[in-house]
Write a protein that binds this ligand. Structure first.
Ligand code: 6GU
Length: 248
């Protein structure tokens, strides 16, 4: 997969050199290009923002640098190919595991993280006439800019690409039906020593009874979901889980 990121803070994307995403890049599974938006400004001050029409606080990102940047990025791809443009914004659709899975099927993603109050709307509208556009929010809070959201989305997508995760991890997620991860939280986990500061690992995990262990883990997962995410519980009624789960 190819990933382009256009930003006024290229250094904010340095973590893409580290850990899972960094290794995927080193292996050639991810081809990441980070671009400085100011490279497509034409004035001596390298201006990327201006005051909003209609008034109000804050500044809006000017259309011209973004349009030039997107044209240049599209021009770097194969003849006739376009990326899926991902625009991080708190007013976008929720970025979920399902959306991560959908984006993971695309050969080319271009991210357009904004600072200030956002990008002039016409940039998004014009881009949408030429390529798929997804505006996405990573949660119900407001960040100072979209760069951290890009890190979140790239990591969530990258770990879904074939060969990026080690076998152990990928198998664990595959044991859930598609989408089930979004509806059931993981329960607690333990490692050695069996006793630590007077606290013991639950007996069942030392029992060697894999049926009992699986059942206990499901119970723990349900309890945690009820406690921390009551909003997800309603979905349990809609066939998200099999009979075995409901009996657990
Ligand atoms: Cl994608 N961007 C910003 N600036 N704030 C956010 C967000 C994105 N998602 C949640 N809050």
């Amino acid at each position: 997969m190819r990933i382009d990121v256009v930003t006024i803070f290229p250094e904010y994307l340095e973590p893409l050199n580290v850990s899972l995403v960094g290794k995927a890049r080193a292996r050639g599974q991810l081809d990441v290009h980070v671009h400085d938006l100011r490279g497509w400004t034409t004035d001596v001050h390298r201006t990327v923002d201006d005051t909003p029409y209609g008034g109000g606080p804050g500044m809006v990102m000017k259309p011209e640098p973004w349009a030039a940047a997107l044209d240049a990025v599209v021009g770097q791809g194969p003849e006739g190919a376009v990326p899926t443009l991902v625009v991080p914004t708190p007013s976008g659709r929720p970025f979920t595991q399902e959306l991560a899975q959908e984006l993971a099927t695309r050969p080319w993603l271009a991210f357009a993280p904004a600072r200030y109050e956002g990008i002039d709307r016409r940039v998004i509208e014009e881009a949408a006439t030429r390529m798929p556009v997804v505006e996405a929010s990573i949660g119900d809070y407001v960040l100072a800019g979209g760069e951290v959201a890009v890190l979140v989305m790239v990591e969530a997508v990258a770990r879904l690409l074939p060969g990026v995760l080690g076998n152990a991890e990928s198998h664990r997620d595959d044991s859930f039906a598609p989408g089930a991860m979004a509806d059931l939280l993981e329960g607690p986990v333990y490692t050695k020593p069996a006793e630590w500061r007077g606290r013991v690992v639950p007996d069942v995990l030392l029992s060697g009874n894999h049926g009992k262990i699986a059942r206990w883990r499901r119970e723990q997962a349900f309890a945690r979901t009820l406690a921390n995410r009551p909003d997800l519980v309603a979905r349990w009624q809609n066939g998200a889980f099999d009979k075995k789960d409901r009996e657990a």
